[in-house]
Design a protein around this ligand. Structure first.
Ligand code: F6P
Length: 365
């Protein structure tokens, strides 16, 4: 009898989603059992929409996906079935819980397992659906690398590569102009991209959400590097970085069903703070979604492929309510409930943070 598996990608995209889809589809194809692989378009929306948007995934469809950024299944961070933005026939808009309807519709599809590829938000939804009786398996993704249950998420190393390449370019122009260059990278609650990039690109200052910065320390570092108008400074800062006596820079998102504040812009706040205290030339570059786009680097293609195969193995073993993870050199799985219990922030004793300090990089404290 043919068994069915349903895949979806939820939350923000990241390089490596397509290689996961390809790996699951191919593992199902070459399995000794007979599997059919389905994909829901735009996370849970494809299941809830009428008509449904569900496609059949075959080896032909997934061919070449190992190198492709984005996700052929599309994604959204506005489709939480527990608070779903629904537009009524009169044009009004309400938020409603459509989780029961979702589960009924998935059961009608007669699928053995649902594989949800997503970050902390999607995994939290998966856990709630699992508690309601859905056979769900999680695959972690995020460029922020802030999921505590796995050493790495795919997409992170590609984002670091992109950010490092950008900062390398900023270094040469900073040098030509004797400037302070601020590169703002992603990282909402955790500064992994900022720390890795700062070390890789040899930045003078690295600012992360875990260490609220003291503006005076930054000023001292700049003064030590730019003397009589000669010298330059490269600052890499996470979008979630904040001053000691201040807050994160956030703004509300007006899009229906988007529940998180938008980040971005702390680089400009820092520039103004520096300008108040020093007469130096400063420019800000906000890298934004460039870090989420494009081709995954080989490391992420391989990690994503291993996560995909592992998730298929969990489906074969009916190990539902689990998320795949990489711990040390082992590909394993842990209960989703445990996986979403806490964020993975940079601990004060993190070895790369220690290295950054020993390299003389100012961490703002
Ligand atoms: O969670 C990953 C992330 O890249 C954050 O660093 C960033 O704040 C957020 O996604 C932006 O997501 P979007 O603009 O797609 O809603």
């Amino acid at each position: 009898m043919t068994k069915k598996i349903l895949i979806l990608t939820g939350g923000g995209d990241c390089p490596g989603l397509n290689p996961v889809i390809r790996a699951i589809t191919r593992a199902a194809h070459y399995s000794k059992d007979d599997w059919e692989v389905l994909g829901s378009i735009k996370a849970f929306c494809g299941i809830l929409d009428e008509p449904q948007k569900i496609i059949k995934l075959t080896n032909k469809i997934v061919a070449g996906l190992e190198v492709k950024g984005g996700t052929i299944l599309e994604t959204t961070n506005k489709g939480d079935p527990f608070c779903y933005p629904t537009v009524k026939s009169d044009g009004s808009f309400i938020i409603e819980d459509r989780s029961d309807e979702l589960i009924t519709k998935i059961k009608k599809l007669d699928v053995e397992a649902v594989i949800c590829i997503g970050g902390d938000g999607t995994q939290a939804i998966s856990q709630k659906l699992y508690e309601k009786g859905l056979n769900i398996i999680g695959v972690p993704k995020t460029i922020d690398n802030d999921l505590s249950a796995t050493d790495f998420t795919f997409g992170f190393q590609t984002a670091v590569e992109t950010a490092t390449e950008a900062v390398d370019k900023l270094v040469t122009t900073a040098q030509s102009h004797n400037r302070v260059m601020i590169a703002e990278v992603m990282g909402r609650d955790a500064g992994w991209i900022a720390l890795y990039t700062a070390v890789a690109a040899g930045a003078e200052i690295a600012l992360i959400p875990e260490i609220p910065y003291d503006i005076e320390k930054i000023i001292q570092t700049i003064k030590g590097r730019i003397v009589d108008g000669q010298g330059f400074v490269n600052i890499v800062m996470a979008e979630g970085a904040k001053p000691k006596k201040g807050k994160m820079v956030t703004r509300n998102c007006q899009e229906k069903g988007y529940h998180k504040p938008l980040l971005g812009g702390i680089g400009f706040t820092l520039m103004e703070e520096i300008k108040k205290r020093l007469d130096v030339s400063i420019r800000v570059t906000v890298l934004g979604h460039i870090q989420r786009g494009g081709t995954p680097i080989a490391f992420d293609r391989i990690l994503a492929t291993q996560f995909g195969i592992k998730s298929f193995e969990l489906a074969e073993r009916k190990q539902f309510g689990h998320m795949v993870s990489l711990l040390g050199a082992n590909f394993t799985s842990i209960p989703i409930k445990k996986a979403i219990a806490k964020y993975k922030c940079i601990a004060p004793d993190n070895y790369l943070l220690n290295c950054a300090r020993k390299l003389g990089i100012c961490l703002g404290n």
